[in-house]
Write a protein that binds this ligand. Sequence first.
Ligand code: SF4
Ligand code: SF4
Length: 209
Amino acid sequence: MDAKTCLQKLQYVGVLAFATVDASGNPQIRNISAIHYEPDAIYFFTARGKDFCQELLADGRVQILGYTKYKEMIRLSARAVPVPQEEQRGWIDTIFSEQPYLSNVYPGDTRSIGVVFAIRDAQIEYFHLGVHPILRENYTMGRGSLTPKGYMISEHCIGCGTCARHCPQQCISEGLPFVIQQEHCLHCGNCYELCPVKAVRKRGCCDPN
Ligand code: SF4
Ligand code: SF4
């Protein structure tokens, strides 16, 4: 699995959920299928008057979520940027030629109300719940960077084994400290709640315990 394969899987899913945050800080989510895929980027169409477009122009941050029939979750965290003005019409026509239904929604030249955004830099999370143990991997696209998530075990571990016995995926290896196999971790937090000496920490968190 890699970022390119994740994009191919999203293309098969077809209709993706796009989430933004509005000016009041409220989450906003909608389905988008007017998408063109490149091996290392995606381009999508919306209309200038839509709140979605205004939220992207004001902020640009977006999360895109797809879920395959095989129970694979693929999430892109990215910043969307409008393609240059002189390229807009070409990208609009490309997306309309690939998605014929759009010509019914925006007949004739009404498609010119559209704006095409590009995503070239992203963090991609891949989470496969259809295998055992579950599989989790992270990739980057372009200049995207990875944000650590989940849990890790610190040097305060006393090796009691409580976390490993209660881990639903049996993905904690013995040792001093015990070690979480990040690629199989659900991020459920059971180990975090049960550790008697608070040796389990959230990743990316500076809390010294
Ligand atoms: S429960 Fe805490 S102390 Fe016990 S093995 Fe797990 S991390 Fe270490
Ligand atoms: S967060 Fe859940 S799945 Fe991950 S290591 Fe802890 S108990 Fe196991």
